[in-house]
Design a binder for this molecule. Structure first.
Ligand SMILES: [Zn+2]
Length: 451
């Protein structure tokens, strides 16, 4: 049992002054009263660890490599970036795959994330051959999480088709599963390997990657189990055009009308949606997983966040391609993209909060919990004690005024605010640096020599 006192503590919804709490044997938070007999570790400003709902860990190794013009000027797009990604996949094996994840999780923890949803689609060897243990790569990610102190929700991906009505292409074979039976079998094997406090959900890659009959069967088997169900959707205009041509419906419209979604679903991106689709997603109480830095980097477009939040839409954030790792920056970009688009300020406020910073942070903690279902993101009794102590000597932190603190942190601060990070009450980041930082950075340096 360890005991703490926070000068200010954000419990996931509001700021509380002078909070005493303990962490029990299971690594869970319990509020408590001060007592002479216990020694309380003093903390300054404390927030729950951020929930990162969408990660493809290996893509961290190509951050910054997909930025140059590769053909005609103005023609580079998501699709040319994707070619780079296929190229990287060809050079990975289980050891190098884990080394990238190790470093990524160190970096995420140093920036304030304490849990992550791994949208894991690299299942096979480069030529598509299955590993003798098909869960080989997924279990490496769990291992990385245990080693670094990052709580992992594995979201193994069903990826069956190479496009609407098309088989997988050769460079997609490392991701492929033959059918839903193979996926179910794989999922059952993985179920036996989930570390304590971690999670296992399911994922359909996209409406490009899973045909209609398989999607229906997938949804029928997994939608009502109370586990996370994720999908990439409507990220690019070309996907919308293909869907309209093939199904006669837009992707989100098709998913809602022909497949059916509920509160267990997280729709990643959902960038290109109509007003009707925005309302339908909000009414279904599904989470929309926004990845603002990746969506900006890939030139995806801007999600209509103001309209979605006005209808009580549920959101969470993801760092997706990991072009940058900074939850504060992701939140800032959500608000700024609306300001660019709408020509207005303080776009994402609610009647209950005039602060876009507080409003966004609270929305993402609640949405992150709903998206990954890992009992984290709140500092309340029974939740995992996954928390971040912030730097007290940064200009954004000097006032310590609960009215403006989140706005100062998001709009005038960033990941440099993170000082100490605890996962399940166990400290893993010390004054901005993870205990494995040097070791994992050296491994990455060696890896970059050979990739
Ligand atoms: Zn993604």
């Amino acid at each position: 049992m360890s005991y703490f006192h926070a000068r200010w503590l954000f419990d996931g919804e509001q700021w509380l002054a002078d909070q005493y709490f303990k962490v029990d044997e299971k690594g869970c938070y319990q509020g408590c009263l001060t007592s002479q007999s216990n020694t309380f570790t003093p903390l300054g400003v404390v927030i729950p660890g951020f929930v990162n709902c969408h990660s493809h860990s290996f893509q961290r190794a190509m951050a910054g490599l997909g930025e140059r013009i590769s053909g005609e000027e103005g023609q580079d797009s998501f699709w040319s970036w994707r070619e780079q990604m296929y190229h990287l996949v060809q050079s990975l094996n289980p050891d190098t795959f884990k080394q990238i994840a190790d470093w990524l999780y160190v970096e995420m923890l140093e920036s304030g994330y304490t849990s992550v949803g791994e949208f894991h689609y690299l299942h096979n060897q480069p030529d598509g051959q299955r590993y003798p243990d098909q869960t080989e790569l997924a279990t490496r990610l769990y291992d990385s999480g245990v080693e670094t102190g990052m709580r992992v929700c594995m979201l193994p991906v069903l990826y069956k088709n190479g496009g609407l009505g098309k088989p997988l292409e050769a460079h997609q074979l490392p991701f492929g599963m033959t059918d839903l039976d193979e996926y179910d079998n794989y999922h059952q094997q993985l179920q036996a390997k989930v570390p304590e406090g971690f999670q296992l959900g399911v994922t359909a890659h996209s409406i490009r990657g899973v045909d209609k009959d398989t999607m229906k069967a997938f949804s029928g088997r997994y939608s009502e189990r109370g586990i996370p169900v994720h999908i990439h959707i409507a990220e690019q205009p070309a996907e919308v055009e293909d869907s309209v041509a093939f199904y006669g419906k837009r992707p989100v419209q098709w998913l809602i009308e022909d497949i059916g979604i509920n509160q267990n679903w997280t729709l990643i991106h959902a960038t290109h949606v109509t007003d009707e689709e925005v309302s339908a997603m909000a009414a279904a109480n599904a989470v929309v997983g926004i990845c603002p830095l990746t969506e900006a980097n890939l030139g995806d477009g801007i999600f209509p966040m103001k309209a979605f939040m006005a209808q009580n839409g549920v959101i969470s954030i993801g760092s997706d391609s990991h072009i940058r790792i900074d939850p504060f920056e992701e939140l800032r970009l959500i608000e700024y993209s609306q300001r660019y688009k709408l020509g207005a300020r303080a776009c994402l406020t609610r009647k209950t909060s005039v602060s876009p910073g507080l409003n966004l942070a609270a929305a993402c903690y609640a949405g992150g919990l709903q998206s990954l279902k890992m009992n984290t993101g709140f500092l309340k009794d029974g939740f995992y004690a996954d928390f971040v102590e912030l730097q007290s000597d940064h200009p954004a932190m000097l006032r310590e005024d609960p009215e403006t603190l989140w706005d100062e942190m998001i709009f005038a601060g960033g990941r440099e605010l993170v000082k100490n990070v605890f996962n399940g009450g166990k400290q893993v980041v010390f004054d901005g640096k993870h205990s494995l930082h040097d070791e994992k950075l050296e491994a990455l340096r060696a890896l970059y020599q050979v990739l």
